[in-house]
Every structure is written in structure tokens, then in C-alpha cells.
Design a protein around this ligand. Structure first.
Ligand code: ISE
Length: 328
């Protein structure tokens, strides 16, 4: 059996998913692509059908399952339409633009009585994060007491708002750290870098969280770090530490210096993670379980509600207790 995947949105992420399903993922083909900009859709479609209306793609008989990679504010309606049509959906993060919308998706999926939604928190499939998790699972470094994350982008896009550093970028650390530690966050504090000369305040942010397992999680989110894209994680336990190596696979020694390159953005850094995630999603549809390491709709909700509560922490300038409703 082959799963015919439809991709909604053919910007940078959608084009990458379309390429993966057309060429790299076993057991899948690209069934169709949808984008209001038809030319952009045609450029990635190959032989697949092209739609300008995502609803037509979702209802098309050429499409068995859907990837949502359109702008964040469209996610909720598009995911809901997939659920109405009974089609499994892999939605790019965030699941929706606010926690209330995420919860609507969680409830709708529950009404259907089957796991249909996976959220594209691809770091769970990154070989580097996977190795950190398996090291923790051996117990060799003892009980994790502190996690240090660095999340640096070379440059924030023009349309990036201050709060998006939490709701669009930091959601990755919220998800991957919950997954690594098997913990929930109970308290959080955000410090904004003050302004300096022409540089406005708020970039970088330093976020400190406490978990219900008694660990501290510190994260620097720096959206305009200039030198390149760089994600790093170190976990210190009661007996030892484990951390990511330099992201470059090679080093060049030249002119009495050693260099290891940083990519421009997250796509090269997480290329393996996206491929493994998309393959794993297809495998879970082919074996009928719909289950894998990927984030569920509930995980998508948790990431967004924690980010939202931290936005409040910025506005209040004080630490906040982080709460979750009962898992429906
Ligand atoms: C972007 O949407 C991503 O998902 C990247 O992984 C993240 O590093 C970046 O900050 C986000 O804007």
C-alpha cells in the first residue's frame, strides 16, 4: 500500500515536505499540493495535482493524508477540515495560534475516537536529541537536575513579533524538553535583554522553567544571533552530563585556526529530523497504529499553553505558576 500525501502550503517548509514525500519517504507519494499562489504550488508539484484551495485538496480522492505547512493562523481550520474528512494530518508547529484553538482540535480528535493528528515537533526525531534521550534512559548520568538550551537564529524574519520568540521558536524547547525528561513544567520566568543603543529590548530572551520532577531548564532564545543557526542542549544529572557536539560533521584547520560551519537556518540542521519524522508518520499510517515518537495534539496544546502563559510572565515581569487543565 502507498499513502498519497497532500501538502497544504508550499513555502519553505511545505516545499521541503513535498520533496521528501516525492523522493525520500518509502511507502508514500506526493498526491497533491495546495497554495493560493498557484505558480509556487506548480513549482513543487511534479506530477501531483495542484489546488489553490486547501479544502479541495483535503477532500480530493487523490489524497489519503495531509501535511499542513501553511501560515500558523490557518492551522486550526485546516486541521479541523482534515478531521472532518477523516484524513490523518501532520501539522507543522505550532498546532494553532492559541491554546483555546489547540484544545478544540484535541476535543475533535477525541470525538473521532482515533489518533489522527501529529504535530511537527521534528526535534524528537533528530538523531542528536534521540541520543540524549537514550543516554538519559540508561540512567548513567543519574537524575537530570538541570538542562541548558541555546536556540539561536541568524536573523528573525521581518514579520516576527516579540512574543513569537516564545510562541513560534521556544515551543520547540518546551516540547523537546518535556519529551526528554518525561516531565511537565510548573513554574516559569522570562528575562528580556534590555535595549542597548539602537538595539531594541527583548532579544535575546532567557527563560527559566522548573519541572514537576525537580529539574531546572534554562533556555536562551536569540533570534538575531547573526553568526548562524545554532541549537544546543546540555543535561546535567546527579552523576554526569550529556550534551550535543558541534553541529558540523567536519572541521577545517586553516591559517592557524579551526572552523566548523553553522547553517543559515534550521532546515539543513534538522534535515535528518524532518526525513525521519515524515517516514515515521507514514510507517504509523501503514501499520494502522497512527502512533510513533511524534507529538500528539495534546502535546501541541501543552507547548502552546505554556508559551502563552510565559507571555503573561513577560507582561507581569514576574515568575508565573504554569498550569495545565485535566487531559480530556
Ligand atoms: C521556525 O519556525 C522553526 O521551527 C525553527 O526550528 C526555529 O528555530 C525558528 O526560530 C522558528 O521561527
Amino acid at each position: 500500500m502507498t499513502i498519497r500525501v497532500g501538502v497544504v502550503g508550499t513555502g519553505v517548509m511545505g516545499a521541503d515536505h513535498a520533496r521528501l514525500f516525492a523522493r525520500e519517504v518509502r511507502g508514500a507519494v506526493l498526491g497533491g499540493v495546495a497554495d493560493p499562489e498557484e505558480e509556487r504550488a506548480r513549482a513543487v508539484a511534479g506530477n501531483a495535482s495542484v489546488f489553490t484551495d486547501p479544502l479541495q485538496l483535503i477532500r480530493s480522492t487523490d489524497v489519503d493524508a495531509v501535511v499542513v505547512a501553511s501560515p500558523d493562523h490557518t492551522h486550526k481550520d485546516t486541521v479541523m477540515a482534515c478531521l472532518e474528512a477523516g484524513k490523518p494530518v501532520l501539522c507543522e508547529k505550532p498546532l494553532a495560534i492559541d491554546a483555546a484553538q489547540c484544545l478544540e482540535i484535541v476535543r475533535k480528535e477525541q470525538e473521532l475516537g482515533k489518533k489522527m493528528v501529529q504535530v511537527g515537533f521534528m526535534r524528537r526525531f533528530d538523531p542528536c536529541y534521540a541520543e540524549l534521550k537514550s543516554t538519559l534512559a540508561t540512567g548513567s548520568i543519574g537524575i537530570p537536575r538541570i538542562v541548558h538550551n541555546q536556540h539561536r537564529n541568524a536573523r528573525a524574519p521581518e514579520w516576527f513579533t516579540a512574543h513569537m520568540a516564545l510562541t513560534n521558536s521556544f515551543v520547540h524547547e518546551i516540547d523537546v524538553t518535556r519529551w526528554l525528561l518525561g516531565a511537565e513544567f510548573v513554574r516559569g520566568h522570562v528575562t528580556e535583554a534590555p535595549s542597548a543603543g539602537d538595539i531594541p529590548k527583548g532579544d535575546p530572551l532567557m527563560i527559566t522553567l522548573e519541572t514537576d520532577t525537580g529539574a531546572i531548564v534554562s533556555t536562551e532564545v536569540f533570534m538575531n544571533a547573526d553568526y548562524g543557526y545554532h541549537v544546543h542542549c546540555e543535561i546535567a544529572g546527579t552523576r554526569g552530563t550529556t550534551s550535543m557536539a558541534h553541529p558540523a560533521l567536519t572541521r577545517t584547520r586553516l591559517d592557524r585556526a579551526e572552523r566548523g560551519a553553522f547553517p543559515e537556518n534550521w532546515i539543513p540542521r534538522f534535515a535528518d529530523a524532518y526525513r525521519i519524522q515524515d517516514q515515521s508518520w507514514i510507517n504509523s499510517l501503514l501499520d494502522g497504529t497512527h502512533k510513533n515518537e511524534g507529538a500528539t495534539a495534546w502535546d501541541g496544546f501543552v507547548a502552546t499553553t505554556v508559551a502563552e502563559q510565559l507571555v503573561t510572565a513577560i507582561d507581569m515581569g514576574a515568575p508565573v505558576d504554569l498550569t495545565l487543565p485535566e487531559h480530556p
